[in-house]
Design a protein around this ligand. Structure first.
Ligand code: 5GP
Ligand code: ZN
Length: 138
């Protein structure tokens, strides 16, 4: 994908601080880290949204994430991690190449849980919850 910064890192055209690599995935440090050790895990091929990633690749991608989480935590002596994806521009995705953030967290670091990412909480009736449940299950 031309002009994609993460494709350029995956192909080696621009440098990245690579911390892990598998046949189809790459992990490297975020250039503008939210915390020490902030790591991004990507498929080497370009996909914009999570649902576009083929199942087998998804398995490799999340396998890499699982493997990396304790390594990242140990490396920076973190107490925990937030693991998340900004999946689409409305969710804050700025680089349109699927990437999973591993953000180390430290007791008393002043950060927030993942519950803080969404906007105003909706006040949903039981009927509305039923409709949503049915729509997702369908
Ligand atoms: P998004 O908002 O798309 O989920 O996050 C994109 C992330 O990519 C940001 O945390 C940003 O700091 C990181 N980023 C943007 N450009 C580069 C780059 O050229 N190299 C690296 N390593 N990270 C980048
Ligand atoms: Zn790309």
């Amino acid at each position: 994908m031309p002009d994609c910064i993460f494709c350029a890192i995956a192909s080696g055209d621009i440098p990245g601080r690579v911390v892990h690599e598998t046949e189809h995935t790459l992990a490297f440090l975020d250039v503008n880290p939210l915390a020490s050790g902030h790591t991004l895990v990507i498929p080497k091929d370009h996909y914009e949204r999570l649902d576009e990633v083929p199942a087998e690749l998804s398995e490799e991608l999340f396998g890499a994430v699982s493997e990396l989480v304790p390594r990242v935590e140990d490396a920076v002596d973190a107490d925990a991690t937030n693991v998340g994806i900004n999946n689409g521009p409305a969710a804050g995705q700025e680089v349109d190449h699927v990437h999973i953030h591993i953000v180390p967290r430290f007791e008393g670091d002043g950060g927030a849980p993942i519950h803080a990412v969404a906007g105003e909480r909706p006040d949903l009736s039981d009927d509305e919850m039923d409709d949503i449940e049915a729509a997702i299950s369908a």
